[in-house]
Each structure stands twice: as structure tokens, then as C-alpha cells.
Design a protein around this ligand. Structure first.
Ligand SMILES: [Zn+2]
Length: 121
């Protein structure tokens, strides 16, 4: 599905709260990003189409944060998720449950902290 307007951080956040992940596909090289960008990180083109991304993916890497900012309890996990789409889109997210590298996870929640963060489990 294609979304018309240019993707801003506010629109990305609003969609995330509705359980949708928006991204951008480069019109020149088909690279897909999972967060708003002003230009394609691969080729620098500015022709970026806003698209709906799948809300499932594979854990690419995960780490446990033992020394955390003051508003969080230490010991939470953060992961980079390879979304199940062409174009290489990845999203950094909070990881809950027992999933580890190589496991398939789904967007199940958001966390409202300093900003809205996707939660996969
Ligand atoms: Zn590009």
C-alpha cells in the first residue's frame, strides 16, 4: 500500500500507535527504510515513496541494556529487526520475551518514553 504524503516523524509515530509501520522506498534504487529519511541512505536520491511495511521480521541482533537512562529499569533488551520485505528495511525496537537472533518476531506494542518506540516479541 502506498501512502501519499511525505513521511514525517509525527506521521510515523501516529501510524505506529495504530499498529502500523511506515517506511520509505527509494524511487531510484528500491532501498527501503523503516524510519523517516530526507534522502535515500544508499544513493542519496530524494524521491522517496511512503509505504506500509510488514509488522513481522527476524531478529538481526539483540542486546541487553544493563546501564540504562534514569527513566528505565536496567536489564531490558533492544533489537534490530530485519523486516520481512524487499529492500533491506530494519527497525530498532524494544524486544520482549525470549526471542533471540534469528527468531521471527511481531510488532506487538509500543512504548511511550521520550518518544514512541516499537515493541516486538
Ligand atoms: Zn536509493
Amino acid at each position: 500500500m502506498t501512502v501519499d504524503e511525505r513521511l514525517t516523524h509525527a506521521r510515523w509515530t501516529e501510524a505506529l500507535r495504530d499498529g502500523r509501520l511506515l517506511g520509505q522506498r527509494c524511487s531510484e534504487c528500491d532501498t527501503v527504510t523503516a524510519t523517516p529519511e530526507a534522502a535515500c541512505p544508499a544513493c542519496g536520491a530524494r524521491g522517496l515513496e511512503t509505504i506500509d511495511l510488514p509488522t513481522s521480521g527476524i531478529v538481526h541482533t539483540a542486546t541487553t541494556i544493563e546501564v540504562s537512562p534514569t527513566e528505565f529499569d536496567a536489564g531490558y533488551r533492544v533489537a534490530v529487526i530485519d523486516l520481512e520485505t524487499d529492500g533491506g528495511a530494519r527497525v530498532t525496537a524494544r524486544l520482549e520475551g525470549e526471542a533471540s537472533i534469528g527468531d521471527r518476531v511481531e510488532l506487538t506494542d509500543v512504548l511511550e518514553v521520550r518518544e514512541t518506540v516499537p515493541v516486538f516479541s
